[in-house]
Design a protein around this ligand. Structure first.
Ligand code: NAD
Length: 528
């Protein structure tokens, strides 16, 4: 088997590749408005109530129509997953891993199509969508390799006359609840990690990206993963999601999303209900208020380029997006003079057009919330760029920068999850670290300095789950940058790293006595 390596990105400067993407976009648009069923134990199920997915960059364009599952349907889904678990749990790891490798290959084949669904349903630009698909492929490949490694078990001390081993066995039925912002990668990562370990899954995607989730389900079926191992259930998080979180047969919940929903799930999963014989496990990755520190001894040009990408890539809607820029006061003016024109030059519009760097924000309520934060920002600091909607029939917002922001302001402390950057001044490097750590979150951070001692200080003292030195704070790579945050950013699950699959298994230690038992020898017969 080939060793794992990250999937390369497409180069859209190549006219041939550009044409492939244009063709795929047209094909996907042709499929708009289709209705998608639930998939429960391999059966297609319709509901009375429907859910519509819209293009955020063209408000009235319907991407697809989806079923809205209720509690009764959620119960049927649970029964299907429980049934499938009885056989899937004993399926050898090699067989399970092969399904992941198959899905990775299908994704490679359908790469431009998957990219296009993301461009149109979540308003990602081409590069961001392509990186999302590449990461989804990486998750399948990496967890496929990892499940084989876990299957070999750890090396234990072997006691005399014993065979001592530890096996990783599955947990049971898991509820997978992903967000819309990495609609393919995170959904694929959490789902494949769960079923690779021998669990069965109820996948409840976000109502903002159900079409991409439906495409994932199509690929699971195309790979011929046995029925019931992955069940696809669209519907309201608050209704069907809550029911399943509370269900006595739910063994674990893999959640990625906001702090408020994450804490709600943790609270409800902690309450035992009649018929429940285990402690539910919750893997919850939540929000961030991520930072970049630029020291007085930094390469300013590369820090400017990276700050712009980290803050405004995908409209700032990444959990890792830079929303706090902490500049040493000695370079503050010089840095801002370079940053502002590059931010003002950002193009905003439908990302179907490859010329647009930023697309729309995900939906109306996100749009309204961001505009409210922009008003708050105006009272807390100085607006130096953006601060208003952009033209067009979508949820477009101009990239926005506030300077002279105090460390205790709402703009500096709360997750906005949009293209709003708060800039503050640090007296020196120590003060910059103090400002960085003054947060209830602890997801990603980047530090720019050429000074070796300061690099070491940052490695020791900046309290984030993913720290980057002299590179941007977004774009974690599977297998190289295990991902997950501290504090209210979540349970630090380290997705895409060597510890991740451990969260979806339980370890069983087995000691077998193997020496021959001493048996009494029969007494020798006396002669005579
Ligand atoms: P969200 O919390 O609104 O929704 C996440 C998921 O939870 C969705 O599938 C939603 O339908 C579901 N849900 C909502 N209410 C529920 C309930 N009561 N019970 C069960 N499920 C329920 O988050 P979002 O808007 O989809 O995503 C954005 C958030 O995700 C941001 O806060 C971002 O920082 C975070 N995020 C974190 C990471 C990470 O790795 N830490 C990665 C991506 C996104």
């Amino acid at each position: 088997m080939k060793p794992f390596r990250n999937e390369p990105y497409n180069d859209f400067n190549n006219p041939k590749i550009r044409r492939k993407m244009e063709k795929a976009l047209a094909q996907v648009e042709y499929e708009f408005g289709k209705e998608y069923d639930l998939v429960i134990g391999g059966k297609r199920v319709k509901c009375e109530k429907k859910l519509y997915s819209y293009n955020p960059a063209k408000k009235d364009e319907v991407i697809g129509i989806f079923q809205k599952a209720d509690e009764q349907i959620a119960e049927q889904t649970m029964q299907a997953a429980l049934k499938a678990f009885e056989t899937w749990r004993y399926t050898p790891a090699t067989v399970r891993a092969n399904y992941l490798f198959k899905i990775a290959n299908i994704m490679r084949r359908r790469r431009f199509e998957l990219n296009s669904w993301m461009v149109l349903e979540t308003s990602k630009n081409w590069l961001e969508a392509d990186a999302d698909t590449a990461e989804a492929i990486d998750f399948c490949d990496y967890y496929g390799h990892e499940v084989l490694r876990y299957d070999r078990g750890p090396k234990l001390l072997q006691l005399k006359d014993e065979r001592d081993e530890q096996r990783y066995i599955p947990l049971g039925v898991g509820i997978v609840i992903p967000p819309w912002n990495f609609p393919l990668a995170i959904l694929t990562g959490m789902t494949t990690a769960s079923f690779a370990c021998g669990n069965t899954v109820i996948l409840k995607p976000s109502s903002d990206s159900p079409a991409i989730a439906a495409k994932f389900m199509e690929m699971v079926e195309e790979a011929k993963v046995p029925v019931g191992v992955v069940n696809f259930m669209t519907g309201s998080g608050a209704l069907a999601g809550d029911y399943l979180v509370r269900h006595p047969k739910t063994r674990f919940i893999a959640f990625t999303g906001s702090k408020s929903v994450g804490l709600h799930i943790i609270e409800h999963a902690a309450k035992t209900v009649p018929g429940q014989i285990w402690i539910k496990r919750v893997v919850a990755e939540m929000g961030g208020k991520d930072l970049i520190i630029v020291d007085s001894e930094a390469n300013i040009d590369s820090a400017v380029t990276d700050a712009r990408v980290s803050a405004f890539g995908f409209q700032g809607q990444k959990c890792s997006a830079c929303s706090r820029l902490i500049l040493d006061e000695k370079i503050y003016d010089k840095f801002m003079k370079k940053l502002i024109p590059t931010v003002e030059a950002i193009t905003v519009g439908p990302p179907k057009d490859h010329g647009n760097y930023m697309g729309a924000v995900i939906n109306e309520s996100a749009y309204k919330s961001m505009l409210e934060y922009i008003e708050i920002g105006k009272s807390e600091g100085k607006l130096v760029c953006g601060g208003k909607p952009a033209e067009g029939n979508g949820w477009f917002i101009r990239p926005t920068v506030f300077t002279d922001i105090g460390p205790k302001t709402r703009i500096f402390q709360e997750e906005i999850f949009g293209p709003v950057l708060a800039v503050t001044r640090a007296r020196n490097f120590e003060h910059a670290i103090e400002l960085a750590n003054d947060s209830e979150y602890g997801l990603t951070g980047a530090v720019y300095t050429k000074n070796r001692q300061k690099i070491e200080k940052a490695k020791n003292e900046v309290f984030v789950g993913n720290l980057y030195i002299n590179r941007k704070c977004t774009g974690a790579m599977v297998a190289a940058h295990p991902f997950g945050g501290f504090n209210m950013s979540g349970t630090d699950s380290k997705a895409g790293g060597p510890d991740y699959l451990g969260l979806f298994t339980q370890a069983k230690a087995i000691a077998e006595y193997v020496a021959a038992r001493k048996t009494k020898k029969p007494a020798k017969k006396r002669r005579g």
